[in-house]
Design a protein around this ligand. Structure first.
Ligand SMILES: Cc1cc2nc3c(=O)[nH]c(=O)nc-3n(C[C@H](O)[C@H](O)[C@H](O)COP(=O)(O)O)c2cc1C
Length: 179
């Protein structure tokens, strides 16, 4: 787990008083889901899953996903009925696909206005590319913290524990800095 965003200089953004939090995530093979769901449990957040309209399956799903990610394509997603303006903090979870943002997240972001909403990024990957995705997602958004989780050889339990650890860290940052 890597934390503290070197791109972030304004820690005052953590001055979150109402602490209404939403975890929004995309997950194809359930790893991001396990981490994101346990973060949501710890920080008592609402949970929203981004789903692609076209079901992604098998080798074709991997190959088309790789192509779409490399060329920054968007896939059509069932737009979650979530009103971002209701929340003080958004935790956005995404896996790395070929060192890039997966098409479902591109699809979601293209239709979602974050204004200056505080965002914590959760990025999962097997091995490589988390920082590239962080930079791409950080652009023009108020990302106040990030966590990159290597999921490769981790069991379900380890991923859930990792999520709990991240959740506790987020909770401590919120209460610590909003005093
Ligand atoms: C199409 C595709 C491309 C991927 N590209 C990368 C990559 O560039 N670097 C990496 O470390 N992991 C890569 N992975 C692995 C996933 O990022 C990693 O397993 C992630 O935790 C999966 O999240 P999920 O289970 O929520 O879908 C890729 C997976 C897929 C399906």
């Amino acid at each position: 787990m890597i934390s503290h965003n070197p791109l972030i200089v304004n820690t005052k953004s953590w001055n979150i008083s109402k602490k209404k939090i939403c975890v929004i995530y995309y997950s194809w093979t359930e790893r991001t889901a396990l981490v994101a769901e346990s973060i949501a449990e710890v920080v008592k957040a609402d949970l929203v899953r981004i789903k692609e309209i076209k079901i992604r399956k098998g080798v074709t799903g991997v190959l088309s996903g790789a192509f779409q990610a490399i060329f920054h394509r968007k896939s059509d997603v069932i737009h979650p009925s979530v009103d971002i303006s209701n929340y003080d903090l958004i935790i956005l979870g995404a896996p790395v696909w070929c060192g890039n943002i997966p098409p479902a997240i591109n699809g979601f972001l293209s239709k979602t206005k974050f204004s200056n909403k505080a965002i914590v990024l959760l990025i999962t990957m097997a091995l490589w590319g988390g920082k590239r995705v962080l930079k791409a997602l950080d652009r023009k958004r108020n990302v106040i913290e990030f966590f990159i989780v290597k999921t490769g050889r981790k069991s379900r339990k380890e991923l859930i524990d990792e999520g709990k650890k991240i959740g506790r860290r987020i909770s401590s940052l919120i209460t610590g800095l909003s005093l």
